[in-house]
Design a binder for this molecule. Structure first.
Ligand SMILES: [Zn+2]
Length: 137
């Protein structure tokens, strides 16, 4: 596997950290995510926790972006409340992000180990949904 890394979008991390500090409340909203659109815009969101499977902040940000007409995301990061810093995406989010945005970069790590990696690097030997549809080549 390649361990390709890209320059880290620190403005994006700060956008997510700001939302985490200012908008997360109680047990329902504990994570914030920020995504950089291809056109440079930043879209932010928080998770909507529920025991039935409420969406993570990364998935809410995908929907929030679409609601603003943004369908191409280049980079995403999630930051925890209570100053937890950058939090890597869970397995479900990794799969969704790969299927929606195969070229997406995900910011992971913390402190001086923070880095941007291709989403595919977070899912080795992955199942690719599009490859298994009836119209797949
Ligand atoms: Zn998740």
């Amino acid at each position: 596997m390649t361990s390709q890394t890209h320059p880290v979008d620190h403005e994006l991390i700060e956008a997510a950290a700001h939302v985490a500090r200012s908008r997360c409340r109680g047990d329902n909203h504990t994570m914030a995510a920020a995504a950089r659109a291809r056109d440079g815009r930043i879209v932010t969101a928080v998770n909507a926790y529920h025991f039935t499977g409420g969406p993570c902040a990364e998935l809410v940000v995908v929907g929030a972006a679409a609601a603003q007409g943004v369908y191409e995301l280049e980079t995403i990061v999630a930051v925890g409340d209570r100053e937890r810093g950058v939090v890597p995406p869970c397995g479900r989010c990794r799969q969704v992000l790969l299927d929606y945005f195969p070229g997406l970069r995900v910011i992971v790590g913390d402190g001086d180990r923070v880095r941007a990696v291709p989403v595919a690097d977070l899912l080795p030997e992955t199942y690719v949904w599009a490859d298994h549809q009836l119209d797949a080549g």
